[in-house]
Design a protein around this ligand. Sequence first.
Ligand code: P6P
Length: 326
Amino acid sequence: MQLLSNFLKHKKIDSELIELIDTLMLACKEIALQLREGELAGVLGVSDNTNIQGETQKKLDIIANEVLKKVLLDNPIVRGVASEEEDFPVFGNSDGRFLVTFDPLDGSSNIDINVSVGTIFSILEVPAGVHENSVDLFLQPGVQQLAAGYVLYGPSAVLSLTTGDGVNMFTLAHTGDFLLTHEDVTIPADTSEFAINMSNQRFWEPGMRNYIDDLLAGSEGSRGRNFNMRWVASMVAEVHRILTRGGIFTYPWDSREPQKPGKLRLMYEGNPMSMLIEQAGGKSSTCYSRIMEIQPDAIHQRVSVALGSRNEVDTLLEYHQANKND
Ligand code: P6P
């Protein structure tokens, strides 16, 4: 089995990018250890803090965030980081080349019930000649990402990574090494499995309601076949399932907060997951446009998401187009 860094060297990936990915994995290994310990380490449960998202932070949200910040900012190749758990970006070496955005522990509402969670990351390069530290450094569309990935802390800890030349998966061995376990991941173009939080149905746009109604109608409906549903409430687990066997995941706009485009965050959920999905042959859309082409105007801005098997995402977009013309 090939070591992560040997695999990347063999792919002739930039040596400083390899160093950054190895640095990220140091942090993720520590997070995996803390999660494995769980109650034994006294790290479960909520803290007294609320983050900028208005969410009560779990103890492990804070631990994971602090580990990632320290490990990354100690490396002089990192200019700055932006985290779901930080109101503003945090800067390190002013000559650093890379910017990293991350959701330190996505799906953390699952921690206390021992269900899979994950760290999502996105790597950008500092625009040439920019010396001023500001949030603007990070506000680059998803197509500018150098690399993206997640570490899923499930029954095993698995890194799914893209550096722009396909998607590969690496499993964390008991030795502490990430070993190549799935090369050149490809998402089936069609699927019979969808993931959505059905409890929000009354808040969706007509296009989404009609699309889901037809999935639920199964073989008696216009789709003429039965569909299966999954909802883990952990985007990393949903995306991992889609990369592994296909499917469609959507967290659409809903009328509860009409001024917000969606629940998920563009910079450290939408963009990195979209890069993985597209690099594995899938599609990732807001339901109206390609997520990775959005020009961000705020570090915590939200986005509606529909991603997965290419042909099924296209079908969903047709339902939205049909209702837009109504
Ligand atoms: P809900 C986790 O909080 C998250 O950001 C994603 O990982 C997940 O897909 C979604 O929110 C779950 O949202 O409303 O079902 O709890």
